[in-house]
Ligand binder design. Structure first.
Ligand SMILES: [Zn+2]
Ligand SMILES: [Zn+2]
Length: 407
């Protein structure tokens, strides 16, 4: 949070300097005739307004920025295009985490100097994905809401939200029910395609799609009704390619990737359903051939051994970055701390070596290690030539991945 505030303060200072520069220039023209002065001042005012507008629209951006925000094993990823258009994918957890998670999203929104969110995707109707929306919506204008349609997994929280709260939030905005093949406009150089939604997968392969050599290794896997409904997107920016499929499960991964890989390869695989073993089959992960994966896991959610093995065995993988150390990984399956964005409120002197088994959810389950204090995002910045940089904003560790030379 402190770092985010510093960055926000830095941005404010830059704008102030621009205005003061304008004042100095205005002073220099006072010797001219009154008419000339008026003309010059109007021109300078127009220039200053243009500059301020350019800053507000983010026209000075150098590339595509992606903020992977820590919402404690939920999902919230903010994409900001070079022209300043924004896409937020999910809004973190329901209460008691909703205020915290909306605040963490707003810190990223401010860091990106956004005045509005142009598109919001709620991937599916689980409380770790739509949960912070009612807290977020009053804090920033949201121009378009995209979802997969009705909830298919009856549950009190989601059904109440959809009946009472969501219609009010989207009343004055555009509402889109996503279908595979839909495009989301993010400005010049960007292509954003919906590839999964409401249990359907894109029929026509994207450029780069083709045969998938891993289909024979497929093992089925599923978990509930809503995860496979997730709205998922594939993004290209020049030569850079990234994908986020919400929480789609192994069975849906198979439909998307076999017998034909409809996506091709991706430089960065985002999300990974928190690293849960009901998703992340080799037919998806290995066929995408990611150089980097960024996992939205929690302190005791995801990062499961099977997923960690699949990801680390993935051909061409260079690094996995994570939101958290997960107790379900243990030291045996986790990444070095350099690649992990967050600790916990009460850090322990040692982490357990063995992975712990996921506890059955229920009222008697002890809570996972808490992380309600300062949180850090992982920032991904991509260039049209395919170069991208990933930064852990907790420790400043940063790594640039240069484009692969054609072999
Ligand atoms: Zn956290
Ligand atoms: Zn989830």
């Amino acid at each position: 949070m402190n770092k985010a505030m510093d960055l926000v303060r830095g941005a404010t200072t830059t704008r102030t300097a621009t205005v003061m520069g304008g004042a100095r220039l205005r002073a220099a023209v006072t010797t001219r005739t009154a008419t000339a002065v008026r003309g010059a001042m109007l021109m300078l005012l127009a220039l200053a307004l243009c500059a301020a507008n350019a800053a507000a629209q983010g026209q000075a951006r150098k590339g595509l920025d992606v903020y992977v925000i820590d919402v404690e094993g939920g999902n919230a990823v903010l994409f900001v295009s070079p022209s300043g258009e924004s896409l937020l994918m999910d809004t973190g957890n329901v209460a008691p985490g909703a205020v915290r998670d909306a605040g963490r999203i707003m810190a990223a929104v401010k860091d990106a100097q956004l005045k509005q969110i142009d598109h919001l995707i709620i991937t599916h109707w689980h409380g770790d994905h739509f949960g912070g929306l009612a807290e977020l919506a009053p804090q920033i204008p949201i121009k378009e809401f995209i979802d997969h349609g009705p909830n298919v997994q009856p549950g009190q929280a989601a059904d109440d939200f959809l009946a009472k709260t969501y219609p009010q939030i989207i009343a004055n905005a555009k509402h889109t029910v996503a279908k595979p093949g839909d495009k989301i406009r993010m400005g010049a150089g960007m292509d954003v395609t919906v590839v999964t939604a409401a249990g359907e997968v894109i029929k026509t392969p994207l450029p780069g799609g083709g045969a998938n050599p891993y289909c024979s290794q497929y093992k089925p896997g599923d978990n509930n009704a809503e995860d496979p409904m997730s709205a998922g997107i594939f993004i290209t920016y020049g030569k850079f390619r990234t994908v986020h499929l919400g929480d789609i499960t192994k069975n849906k991964e198979f439909e998307l990737m076999c017998p034909t890989n409809r996506l091709g390869t991706a430089d960065v695989l985002l999300g990974l359903h928190h690293g849960q073993s009901s998703s992340n089959s080799p037919v998806l992960v290995w066929a995408l051939h990611p150089r980097v994966a960024i996992m939205n896991d929690g302190t005791r959610k995801g990062g499961e051994p099977e997923t960690m093995q699949t990801v680390h065995a993935s051909p061409g993988l260079e690094d996995l970055w994570q939101m958290h150390f997960s107790l379900l990984s243990g030291q045996e399956y986790t990444q070095p701390g350099m690649f992990i964005a967050n600790t916990v409120d009460d850090p322990q002197p040692a982490m357990p070596v063995a992975p712990m088994a996921a506890p059955q959810p229920g009222p008697n389950t002890p809570p996972p290690p808490a992380h309600n204090g300062t949180a850090y995002w992982i920032k991904l910045s991509a260039q049209p030539d395919g170069t991208f940089t990933v930064t852990n904003t907790r420790n400043g560790f940063s790594k640039t991945y240069n484009p692969k030379k054609a072999s």
